[in-house]
Design a protein around this ligand. Structure first.
Ligand SMILES: Cc1cc2nc3c(=O)[nH]c(=O)nc-3n(C[C@H](O)[C@H](O)[C@H](O)COP(=O)(O)OP(=O)(O)OC[C@H]3O[C@@H](n4cnc5c(N)ncnc54)[C@H](O)[C@@H]3O)c2cc1C
Length: 503
């Protein structure tokens, strides 16, 4: 069993850790914990385990950790090792009216796995491993708590070797269930799709302990609405995913790379749009603005586009021919050293700077949004402009990280530092920066998240983002979880446990 990787130490003795969110924590009776333990799940109540389960990779919590705090600790961490144990835990908590917050790698960056009202943190990492593979049909049944490297190693060892093709930057930190729950994206998504394109069926435990299966029996079934996709992206609020049927691929035999420089970010976006429009889907197609081109590639005078594709050689040749045709000098592009792709591959998952910056008093975060090609260029300008205009901002930059025929994900990075001695500046700036990104995004009819999800941090925006669709979400919540025990305090949904902070 692989375990979560904490982002930074908590600077306090285990018994002295402080809860920073300040929400009402719900009473969790010892008799309930005894009943859960009798059902076979591991129950942990020690201070160290509870403190770690009180946070994820939400960047604001890095600042709190340096002050001996976490957002909110659960009363207990419960670790089931079978679907039946998950069902027994949920049935017991539902009866008792105690909140349950599913958690796995705890690599979420929006506070999704934080147990806002205490109760039970349901650690799903013991539900790991591949259950079955159908090499003829290219499907794999995988338990939800399986971490990325464990999954890819197991698939690679099978037969002639397979891959899921899902390579998020947090590969080492996250699990299959977390990817599904957050509707995640890997860095190779232009060829393989996002996780919602890879999943064809789920096993889910509902709030009252019922175990349900969705789809997965035949491709593109028309057996009513797609129930699988109801749970994809539901972030632990509608049910607990225990197993998934996923589409896999033979390991690709060939790969090609390109690095290009564009005179403007706009010209680079245009080239990406044309590549997708012609039906080519190179696995990696990432365009960096000048600030990030300087920071990541020492190329501050251009906008670097990294291209990498892997596939059957005939398919690959076609895909790269389109890339070459659309990234010519006539499109304001010039060839750069392909070694930049190697450089990207070597550093792409390195986030070692994050915690030291927070500890040095700099607020740093990233915001990924998605929009149609028609609005992307203006969105880029306005979000960077809005972030730069906030007092204290040191830098705001962007890259286009995932591209599709209808649009792309813009991934912004911002950082700021406040005046010495202003204790409230950090939280105030953080909220202001997120408001600025989100207001500009919504003003252009774009989506407020592409793959990090909503969590706690974006909960206050979801009703506005979904508009009339929010009523549908409210209805689903009421149907699947009428007592509101699953991950309360998220999605901007009302909760029986009271208002959630930060929302
Ligand atoms: C350095 C870094 C880089 C990242 N890069 C990417 C990236 O490239 N692409 C990307 O998509 N994301 C990325 N993320 C975000 C994060 O890794 C993803 O959201 C990931 O999918 C979370 O998986 P997890 O197992 O850590 O889930 P957790 O953080 O433990 O949980 C996330 C949410 O899912 C719910 N949940 C977890 N498991 C289940 C389950 N089995 N059933 C129901 N609900 C569940 C939790 O309640 C919570 O709401 C990055 C994060 C970090 C720290």
């Amino acid at each position: 069993m692989t375990t979560p990787t904490p982002v930074t130490p908590i600077d306090a003795e285990d018994s002295e850790v402080v809860d920073r969110l300040g929400a009402a924590a719900i009473d969790t009776p010892t008799a309930l914990l005894d009943r859960i333990a009798a059902g076979g799940a591991t129950v942990l109540t020690d201070d160290a385990t509870r403190a770690e389960a009180g946070r994820d990779w939400w960047p604001l919590a890095i600042g709190w950790a340096a002050e001996g705090g976490v957002p909110q600790r659960p009363r207990a961490v419960v670790r089931p090792s079978s679907t039946e144990q998950v069902a027994a835990v949920l049935a017991a908590c539902n009866e008792a009216g105690v909140p349950v917050t599913p958690a796995a790698g705890r690599s979420g960056v929006c506070g999704g796995a934080i147990p806002v009202h205490g109760g039970i943190a349901l650690d799903l990492t013991a539900l790991d491993g591949i259950v079955a593979v159908d090499e003829t049909s290219l499907t794999a049944d995988v338990r939800a708590g399986t971490f990325g490297p464990d999954l890819e190693a197991a698939l690679s060892d099978l037969g002639t070797g397979y891959t899921l093709g899902h390579w998020p930057q947090s590969m080492d930190l996250s699990t299959v269930g977390g990817w599904l729950a957050c509707r995640g994206a890997g860095q190779y998504s232009t060829r393989y799709g996002k996780i919602e394109d890879m999943v064809i069926g789920l096993e889910v435990v509902l709030a009252d302990g019922r175990i349900v299966q969705t789809e997965g029996k035949g491709p593109r079934a028309a057996t009513g609405p797609n129930l699988t996709q109801l749970f994809v992206g539901s972030e632990g609020t509608l049910g607990v995913i225990t197993e998934a049927r996923l589409c896999i691929h033979p390991r690709p035999p060939a790969e090609q790379r390109r690095a290009l420089g564009f005179a403007s970010f706009d010209a680079g976006l245009e080239a990406c749009r044309r590549i997708l429009r012609r039906g080519a889907t190179p696995a990696v197609l990432r365009l960096y603005d000048r600030t990030e081109s300087g920071r990541n590639f020492e190329q501050p005078d251009t906008n670097v586009l990294i291209v990498l594709d892997e596939a059957d050689p005939d398919v690959l040749a076609g895909s790269m021919a389109v890339v070459d045709a659309e990234c010519s000098p006539a499109a304001d592009a010039r060839a750069l050293d392909d070694g930049l792709v190697e450089r990207w591959l070597g550093h792409r998952n390195d986030v070692s700077q994050l915690a030291p910056l927070w500890r040095a008093g700099v607020v740093v975060d990233t915001a990924e949004i998605s929009g149609r090609w028609a609005v992307l260029s203006q969105l880029f300008e306005e979000v960077v402009g809005a972030l730069t205009a906030i007092d204290g901002t040191l830098a705001a930059s962007c890259h286009q990280s995932h591209a599709y025929s209808d649009g792309a994900c813009l991934y912004f990075t911002f950082g700021g530092r406040g005046p010495e001695g202003d204790d409230e500046w950090r939280e105030r700036y953080y909220r202001q920066a997120w408001d600025a990104v989100t207001d500009a995004t919504l003003a252009h009819g774009a989506a407020i998240s592409h793959h990090h999800g909503i969590g706690l941090n974006r909960s206050r925006f979801l009703p506005r983002a979904l508009g009339s669709g929010f009523e549908v979400l409210r209805g689903l919540k009421h149907t699947f979880d009428p007592k509101g025990i699953l991950n309360p305090g998220k999605f901007g949904l009302a909760s029986p446990f009271g208002p959630a902070p930060w929302t």
